[in-house]
Write a protein that binds this ligand. Sequence first.
Ligand SMILES: N[C@@H](CCC(=O)N[C@@H](CS)C(=O)NCC(=O)O)C(=O)O
Length: 195
Amino acid sequence: MITLYHSPQTRSGSIVWLLEELQVPYETKQVTFRKADGTGEVDPANPHPHGKVPALADDGETVFESGAIALFLTDKYRNVKMGPAPGDAKRGEYLSWLFYRPGVMEPAFMERRFNIQHVNGAMGWAKTEEVEDVLNNHLSKNKYFLGDEFSAADIMLGGGLYYMMLFKMTPETGALKEYTSRITARPAFKRAMEK
Ligand SMILES: N[C@@H](CCC(=O)N[C@@H](CS)C(=O)NCC(=O)O)C(=O)O
């Protein structure tokens, strides 16, 4: 049985959405975590080395970091295809976008939120406006991150973009509005939100 270490309205919500898309049995264990306002504490039941959410346990294996969890699940559970397998022509593109979320998109938006000075050539991500251009350009030409194929990359990046627009952390462009409406209309997204 899959156990997701979870807390509502956090990044672990993306994994609930993914599990709902995959239609696999799972349980959630609600854990506490350190919040931005200084409240909360690491839950000793959470296997994440920093006490963050999400973390996941499955058949004796522990996985932490959202991107790693997404890749682990979409490779292992393939009754519903949520990501191209090794050898598939879109595998490289899939991995690129999955890693883009924690490696580039998130740091870029946090940089703006916390007013951090960008240093090209030193930081591993790109300036916020440049990231916004890449995302908007891609999504104005493609239905999903992988073209016509919805995948876990849309949950990881698209889910993040949806909340960033909601909290005014990125401008509400036509491309982003249309794309996020498309992905949040999915029944699995609605089920995840209800949970
Ligand atoms: N890079 C991690 C980030 C996870 C993360 O920071 N989650 C927040 C909740 S949204 C958290 O648990 N924060 C607690 C802390 O930083 O100690 C991932 O993508 O899984």
